[in-house]
Design a binder for this molecule. Structure first.
Ligand code: TYC
Length: 132
């Protein structure tokens, strides 16, 4: 049995005794080429990558209302009201603060959501990403 498995963007040919197809008798253990005749040593690469992560930061300004910032933290960053208030006050006092750590694409989406909600309500609130 021959099949091609697409994995992490790479095509890896899996031949008889691959341990993945359920029909060839290979346990999938390293060194086990299966029990059939004319078997071929098969190398299966199991590369699993963690998604790249980013920290989302909220930046202070003099014009955005405190109430709006708390609402953003509750609705976009899913914080409880108490934690949202603490983060907002920390940003107000220190200039910036962390809203959360997310896979990069989710972090970017949240930044866009914050900016578009802020602009539509007339606030200059800014949010930034720090790759980690
Ligand atoms: N400094 C703002 C004010 O006094 C409140 C504020 C907090 C604004 C956090 C932005 O990210 C921010 N109204």
């Amino acid at each position: 049995m021959n099949h091609i498995e697409r994995y992490a963007g790479t095509f890896i040919p899996l031949q008889a005794g691959c341990g993945n197809c359920g029909g060839c008798g290979n346990s999938g253990e390293p060194g086990d080429a299966g029990g059939g005749q004319g078997e071929t040593l098969t190398v299966v690469r199991n590369e699993v990558r963690e998604p790249r992560k980013a920290r989302v930061l909220l930046l202070n300004d003099d014009y955005t209302s405190m109430e709006f910032v708390v609402r953003i933290l509750v609705e976009i960053f899913r914080k409880k009201a108490e934690e949202a208030t603490a983060i907002m006050l920390a940003v107000h006092e220190k200039g910036k603060g962390e809203c959360g750590i997310y896979p990069v694409e989710i972090a970017e989406t949240k930044v866009n959501q914050v900016h578009s909600r802020a602009r539509s309500e007339g606030f200059p609130l800014r949010c930034a990403i720090e790759h980690i």
